[in-house]
Ligand binder design. Structure first.
Ligand SMILES: *[C@@H]1O[C@H](CO)[C@@H](O)[C@H](O)[C@H]1NC(C)=O
Ligand SMILES: *[C@@H]1O[C@H](CO)[C@@H](O)[C@H](O)[C@H]1NC(C)=O
Ligand SMILES: *[C@@H]1O[C@H](CO)[C@@H](O)[C@H](O)[C@H]1NC(C)=O
Ligand SMILES: *[C@@H]1O[C@H](CO)[C@@H](O)[C@H](O)[C@H]1NC(C)=O
Length: 356
């Protein structure tokens, strides 16, 4: 009797020991706190996270930010939520501690639809990397620790811009735009479901900004040109904005339905379109002087040159709404982050503050 008790004790100790060794080997002593994982396009990555060279958008937006993605919305939000800075996926080395600080799978130029002619991280590629990362965590930390970490972490998705830019360049305006937007919404909805199936429980989906008002849209105007000095003159291409709005509305509808049906999950939609339109309509209220021209890049007479060097940038980026031909300036991202954090109207059905 005593003997079997003794054996039992030994067995227990060995097991505890194994668990401890596993923790030490993986470099984790305490259960990890929540982190942020990011998937998306140039709204989440400055161009650092791409093992290949992009083709098409390089001349539109070589520098979607001024050197660092710390001025982009998800990083600004991570800071507000006191979550660690998320490392670009391709710059990490597989160390578990890096993964536990969150990863940015996003890549400038990434689109929702995969296309064989484009060499970068589409939604599905990023999703695969995210799911594989979750599986790696389960192997290394054990399922229950990994699941608690994953279900308390935020997954931030921001796609669509590059799909629409390609679409409007390749098609006559408005042609089947709504069907196209519908396909994109379905893909995004499936992505949210895939993450949910991997135990992700806190998902933030960002909409697409009003691309019809971005400097690059001026190129699509018949006759080109347009950028003639008066930076506050309002001029947006309604055909483009209607399609982008349709995408945003449909996506928000699906997200609201998922938030209701996935009882233990929180899924929110952040309406950056509405917020940016508000800045465009009332720029002075927000300290913005130019809502038409890019700080870095020009469109003139049907020709364009994106932000191919940060030396081209204007002196006061904060007086501009657009940094390059279709990405907002850090000042605008800061305004967006502020509302996303605390205002009940930008992110719905609740703000980021209520997400943690
Ligand atoms: C980008 O640059 C390449 C080569 O300089 C050019 O062939 C292509 O038309 C440009 N793309 C756009 C969208 O301007
Ligand atoms: C990976 O990066 C971390 C943090 O930068 C570093 O501490 C670690 O030694 C690296 N591991 C390998 C295997 O290079
Ligand atoms: C998170 O995962 C842990 C471990 O599986 C579980 O106990 C907990 O209920 C989960 N929480 C949510 C919100 O799903
Ligand atoms: C871009 O970043 C560099 C280096 O941090 C800085 O010197 C420069 O003023 C920035 N340019 C703009 C337009 O913000």
């Amino acid at each position: 009797m005593a003997n079997s008790k003794f054996l039992c004790l030994i067995f227990l100790l060995v097991n505890v020991c194994f668990a401890a060794v596993k923790m030490v080997l993986s470099g984790v002593a305490t259960p990890p706190g929540p982190a942020m994982f990011v998937l998306g396009d140039s709204s989440v990555d400055c161009g650092d996270n791409n093992p290949f060279n992009g083709l098409f958008h390089r001349n539109l937006s070589r520098f979607p930010c001024n050197g660092s993605d710390t001025t982009l919305l998800p990083q600004l939000l991570a800071k507000k939520m006191r979550l660690p800075y998320t490392t670009p996926f391709y710059s990490q080395n597989g160390s578990i501690n890096r993964i536990l600080d969150g990863l940015n799978f996003g890549s400038a130029e990434a689109s929702i639809l995969s296309s064989s002619s484009r060499n970068y991280q589409s939604l599905n590629q990023q999703l695969r990397q995210a799911v594989e990362t979750i599986q790696l965590l389960q192997l290394q930390l054990g399922e229950s620790t990994a699941d608690t970490f994953i279900n308390s972490s935020i997954f931030y998705l921001s796609f669509g811009k590059d799909d629409f830019i390609d679409f409007f360049h390749g098609n006559s305006l408005g042609n089947n735009g709504f069907d196209f937007a519908h396909i994109l919404v379905e893909q995004m909805t499936n992505a949210v479901k895939t993450l949910y199936a991997s135990n992700v429980r806190k998902i933030v989906c960002a909409g697409v900004v009003p691309l019809g008002c971005a400097p690059h849209a001026l190129l699509l105007e018949s006759g080109g040109g347009g950028g003639d000095g008066d930076g506050t003159r309002r001029a947006c291409l309604d055909e483009v904005n209607e399609v982008v709005s349709y995408y945003n509305r449909r996506l928000e509808g699906n997200i609201a339905a998922m938030d209701r049906h996935m009882g233990d999950a929180r899924v929110i939609f952040c309406d950056v379109y509405q917020a940016v339109m508000e800045f465009i309509n009332h720029p002075h209220k927000y300290g913005i002087e130019d809502v038409r021209n890019a700080c870095c890049g020009v469109v003139r007479g049907g020709e364009m040159s994106g932000c191919v060097s940060t030396e081209m940038a204007c002196r006061e980026a904060s007086s501009h709404l657009w940094w390059d031909l279709y990405n907002p300036t850090p000042a605008v991202n800061t305004l967006l982050a502020h509302s996303a954090w605390s205002s009940p109207s930008l992110c719905r059905p609740f703000s980021l503050k209520h997400m943690l």
